[in-house]
Write a protein that binds this ligand. Structure first.
Ligand SMILES: Cc1ncc(COP(=O)(O)O)c(C=O)c1O
Length: 319
């Protein structure tokens, strides 16, 4: 539940964060060199810099993105070549291979906590964006963000805190110390957010329970709503801990209002791409940008919350 009594997409911060000490025994917290940042976009910027990517480099990025990760790369000065993601949110492997062949690095995004696309064989460097996949793994059991040369996380989305990103780079690269820090108030808020977030979910069994809860809730929605999700999200591969349930609405604004009337606070999913994307070239994504919304499945929901989400979504989206 959010503070206003609605069932929200992001979890509330667990009260246990007030007394529990944060522990660092699960991925990516157990990795030496993990760098915490104010937001995920700062982590993108730092990761690019650590890999030596800046002005004069070329980065392959997906046409379907949130926008802030692209903005970080754009600000870092890299030239961006967008690879195709189709109207069902499947990465076009051929176009990814084409972009990878001409790029210094490939940027792969986990959508909603589902595993990223396969890394093309000739990719020189790989950055994994696991902003949606903090507790998630691929079917082989590898945590999202553990395979690339660098990974980016946005733990705030999974932990229920206002701030917090993280960057991780492989052994052969180093994140430099940041010389310009955010204002003191923002620093304090980020540090407190992350500490509280980690403390709330501080032990491996809790993290496993959180992942299992997200899976259970997602599976409960799949029962009735599978046909509303883009195709790859109509089943739940082993290991995946979804961030939320993506559902396509014919009239999203109206659907969000009607869901809210039933106590469910849905969110728009990535309505606007970064302005440097040629939207006409990737027009197949427009229906998703206009219609996709996120339904809550987070680990703090009780069964009756999920039931309410399911009922509301059935009424509003399936009519
Ligand atoms: C895929 C993806 N990457 C990176 C980010 C950046 O995270 P933040 O909003 O914490 O900067 C977001 C969210 O905004 C995202 O959805």
């Amino acid at each position: 539940m959010s503070a206003d009594g609605h069932i929200g997409v992001y979890p509330p911060l667990a009260p246990a964060s007030l007394w529990r000490r944060a522990r660092h025994d699960w991925f990516p917290l157990d990795r030496p060199g993990l760098r915490l940042t104010h937001l995920g976009r700062g982590a993108v910027w730092l990761a690019l810099e650590a890999l030596g990517l800046g002005r004069g480099s070329r980065l392959a990025m997906p046409a379907y993105h949130c926008g802030s990760e692209v903005e970080a790369a754009h600000l870092a000065g890299v030239e961006i070549d967008f690879y195709r993601v189709d109207g069902q949110l499947r990465v076009d492997a051929d176009d990814l291979a084409r972009a990878a062949a001409g790029a210094d690095a490939v940027y792969l995004i986990s959508h909603f906590g589902f595993p990223m696309a396969e890394v093309p064989g000739d990719a020189r460097l790989v950055i994994e964006d696991a902003a949606h996949g903090l507790f998630s793994a691929d079917p082989a059991g590898r945590p999202l963000g553990s395979r690339g040369d660098a990974a980016v996380f946005a733990p705030r989305k999974s932990l229920g805190v206002p701030d917090g990103g993280a960057a991780l780079v492989g052994r052969s690269h180093a994140l430099r110390d940041v010389d310009r820090r955010p204002a003191r108030g923002a620093m304090l808020r980020s540090a407190a957010s992350l500490t509280a977030g980690w403390a709330a979910l501080s032990r491996v069994p809790q993290v496993r329970r959180a992942a299992a809860g997200r899976r259970r809730h997602y599976a409960a929605l799949l029962g009735d709503l599978a046909e509303l999700a883009p195709e790859p999200y109509r089943s739940l591969p082993d290991g995946v801990a979804p961030l939320y349930f993506p559902a396509l609405a014919a009239d999203r604004d109206r659907a969000i209002v009607r869901l809210l009337e039933r106590g469910v606070r849905a969110l728009e999913i990535w309505p606007v791409p970064h302005p440097i994307l040629d939207r006409r070239r990737h027009a197949e994504l427009e229906p998703l940008r206009a219609g996709l919304l996120a339904l809550p499945v987070h680990h703090s929901l009780a069964d009756w919350h999920v039931e309410r989400v399911r009922e509301a979504a059935r009424k509003v989206l399936l009519g």
